[in-house]
Design a protein around this ligand. Structure first.
Ligand SMILES: [Fe+2]
Length: 324
C-alpha cells in the first residue's frame, strides 16, 4: 500500500487577531536571542560553517516552558474557536508556541508538513526522522494526535508569502501574500503542505549563517536587530524588516471521552518496531527497525525509501534543493 497523504480541509483566516501587535515586540525583546531553525534539518552539518539561511526560532511554550506573556496567543478565543470549527471537535488543548524570525533568504523554505505527534511518542523521546516515517507510513493513525495550528504574521515584508496545499500535494497550491500583518491562518499544518517563500530582495547575496548564530536587538541600543555569528555581525536591519510569525499548536480531541481513551493508549518504541516489522514482512522486505541503532541515520534512510513522503506539485525552489 502506498503512503497516504493526509488531505486537510481549507484553513481559516482570522484577521486583526491582536488588539495591540506591539505586545509581540515586547515578547520578542524579552526572550531574545533567537537561534537558527532546528538542527535536525542539518544532520551532520559543520556547526561552525555558514551553511544555513537566516531563519531563526525561539520556543515560547514547549513542555514545561511558558514565557511570561505567552497567554496572548496560547488561549486566544478566536483561534481556539476557529480550531474547534475546523475539526468540529470539542476539546482543543494548546501545547506549543514559538516564533520564527527570518531575515533575507536566498530561496524558499522547504515545502513540508509539520512534524507529527503521537500518543507517547514525540520529539522529546523519539528521533524526528522516525516520527516522520511513522507518519508517512500511515501505520500509526490510531496513535496520531490531530493537531490544530495557527500561523500569525506580525508584519508585511518584501517576499515572505506562504504557499499552501489545501487540496493535497497532488493539486496546485494556493498562496497568501500581502495584507498578512496581524492575520492568522488556522488549520492543520501537520496534514497540509505549506512553504514560506523567499524573504527580501537579496537573492543569492543573502547572508548564510552557522548553527551558532544568534538574532537579537543590536547591542548598541539602536532600533535595529542584528545577526551575530561567532562574534561577527553578519546582518542588521530594523525589526520590521524581518519576517516575524508566531506558531501555535494544539492537540484536538472529539470530546472528553475521546481524549481520555486516547491518552490512556501510549505507543511504545517496541510497539513501533513490531508494527513496522509486520508491515515490512507483508511487503516481503527484510528491513526492520533496530531500536539499538536509533542514532543511525542510514536505517532511517532505508525506511524512508519504503515509506516516502509525497512531494507537492508547484513548490518553489528551497534552500534544501540541490544546486542545478
Ligand atoms: Fe511548518
Amino acid at each position: 500500500m502506498a503512503a497516504v497523504a493526509h488531505v486537510s480541509a481549507k484553513p481559516f483566516f482570522v484577521r486583526n487577531l491582536l488588539d495591540d501587535p506591539g505586545q509581540v515586540v515586547a515578547l520578542l525583546e524579552a526572550n531574545a536571542p533567537n537561534t537558527p531553525l532546528g538542527g535536525w534539518l542539518w544532520p551532520g552539518a559543520d556547526p561552525d560553517a555558514p551553511n544555513r539561511p537566516m531563519w531563526f526560532q525561539n520556543d515560547w511554550v514547549q513542555g514545561e516552558l511558558r514565557v511570561p506573556g505567552a497567554e496572548l496567543f496560547l488561549f486566544h478565543e478566536e483561534v481556539t474557536a476557529a480550531a474547534r470549527r475546523f475539526y468540529e471537535a470539542e476539546v482543543v488543548v494548546p501545547h506549543t508556541l514559538y516564533v520564527n524570525v527570518m531575515g533575507p533568504t536566498h530561496r524558499c523554505g522547504p515545502a513540508h508538513t509539520d512534524n507529527p505527534v503521537f500518543q507517547g511518542r514525540n520529539r522529546q523521546n523519539t528521533p524526528m526522522m522516525l516520527l516522520r516515517i511513522m507518519s508517512a507510513s500511515g501505520l500509526f493513525e490510531p496513535w496520531t494526535i490531530p493537531q490544530a495550528t495557527s500561523i500569525w504574521w506580525m508584519n508585511d515584508v518584501e517576499g515572505g508569502g506562504l504557499r499552501y496545499w489545501p487540496n493535497g500535494p497532488g493539486e496546485a497550491p494556493e498562496r497568501v501574500y500581502g495584507d498578512m500583518a496581524n492575520v492568522a491562518l488556522v488549520g492543520d499544518n501537520h496534514g497540509m503542505f505549506h512553504q514560506v517563500e523567499a524573504v527580501g530582495n537579496l537573492g543569492e547575496a543573502s547572508p548564510r549563517v552557522s548553527g551558532r548564530a544568534e538574532l537579537g536587538p543590536a547591542s548598541d541600543g539602536g532600533a535595529d536587530w542584528g545577526v551575530v555569528d561567532q562574534g561577527r555581525v553578519v546582518y542588521r536591519a530594523p525589526l520590521e524588516a524581518f519576517r516575524v510569525s508566531v506558531l501555535w499548536k494544539a492537540h484536538v480531541y472529539a470530546d472528553a471521552a475521546d481524549q481520555a481513551r486516547r491518552e490512556a493508549d501510549l505507543l511504545s518504541l517496541e510497539a513501533v518496531a513490531e508494527i513496522f516489522a509486520e508491515d515490512l514482512q507483508a511487503r516481503g522486505s527484510d528491513l526492520r527497525l533496530d531500536l539499538d541503532r536509533l542514532e543511525d541515520m542510514s536505517q532511517f534512510a532505508a525506511l524512508a525509501a519504503v515509506y516516502p513522503e509525497p512531494t507537492p506539485i508547484g513548490a518553489g525552489r528551497s534552500f534544501f534543493d540541490p544546486e542545478p
